[in-house]
Ligand binder design. Structure first.
Ligand code: NAP
Length: 247
């Protein structure tokens, strides 16, 4: 299944900054007629509205609040492409620190993505198909020990995406995205080569239009796709080598 962006109505979660904002811009540049740009704080979407006018519909949305997600699905009842981009990550020592960060990572990354899928997949189906795109991470395929619980939450997103595809893949394009390091606030402390959010957004939309189910949208992620297909142990070995080389 593939989805052309031109002429479509789209929605992006966490679209006020980082990859989400770049996705909104890339969708509009590719001919989406309208994008519901959602964020916890609607005021943070002001610049997008100033730049793109009424092709942007700004909406308040905290993905951890299921009722708010359901209400947004009613408001955005004409949507055909949904991108679950909102995410949260912190670097914690799981053997020392309080685990409230880990719970919040699960709340936003796993439960938020599930809330959005439950609310929006029926809307996509009633609009004739379209695509749901979940942003996982290469850290969802193999654990990165500087973000151990974030990795857990992104593994849950990976599994959830497979599940949605198995259940709904006959009627909706279900895409999992596995970025490597991207130059956003989330990766500000990572000292390694990072892709730009703009290049990642373009790769994601190219893959959606090409009918791909899984997207490795930057050079580091591309280096993972071969080991990913070869199996988890291969991936663990490659990751250990990469971390040893960068420390
Ligand atoms: N950067 C990377 O290296 C990298 C690599 C792999 C995957 N990813 C994934 O890519 C996605 C985008 O990340 P990014 O790098 O662009 O990070 P970012 O710059 O930190 O942006 C995160 C976005 O998520 C939003 N958000 C957080 N909690 C939310 C909630 N409860 N409800 C709605 N929105 C919420 C933030 O909104 P506020 O402004 O309100 O906080 C912000 O818009 C995430 O899923 C992330 O895990 C990133």
């Amino acid at each position: 299944m593939q989805t052309n962006i031109e002429g479509k109505v789209a929605l992006v979660t966490g679209s006020n900054r980082g990859i989400g904002r770049a996705l909104v811009e890339a969708l509009l540049e590719r001919g989406a007629t309208k994008v519901y740009a959602t964020a916890r704080n609607k005021d943070s979407l002001q610049e997008l509205v100033e730049n793109y006018g009424d092709r942007i519909v700004p909406l308040t949305l905290d993905v951890t609040k299921a009722e708010e997600v359901n209400a947004t699905a009613q408001t955005a009842g004409d949507v055909q492409v949904v991108i679950s981009n909102a995410g949260f990550a912190e670097n914690i020592d799981i053997f020392i620190e309080d685990l409230s960060v880990a719970r919040q990572e699960m709340e936003v990354n796993y439960w938020g993505t599930l809330n959005v899928a439950r609310a929006f997949v029926p809307v996509l189906e009633s609009n004739g198909g379209g695509a749901i795109i979940n942003i996982s991470s290469i850290a969802g395929l193999v654990n990165f020990p500087m973000f151990p619980t974030y990795s857990d939450s992104k593994a849950a997103v990976h599994s959830l995406t497979q599940g949605i595809r198995l259940i709904k893949g006959g009627s909706v394009q279900v895409v999992g995205v596995y970025p490597g390091p991207v130059d956003t606030d989330m990766a500000a402390d990572l000292e390694m080569d990072k892709a730009t959010p703009q290049s990642v957004a373009v790769s994601i939309l190219n893959a959606v239009e090409a009918g791909k189910d899984e997207v490795f949208p930057d050079p580091v992620a591309e280096g993972f796709s071969g080991p990913y297909e070869a199996g988890t142990k291969t991936l663990e070995k490659q990751t250990a080598e990469m971390l040893a080389a960068s420390s």
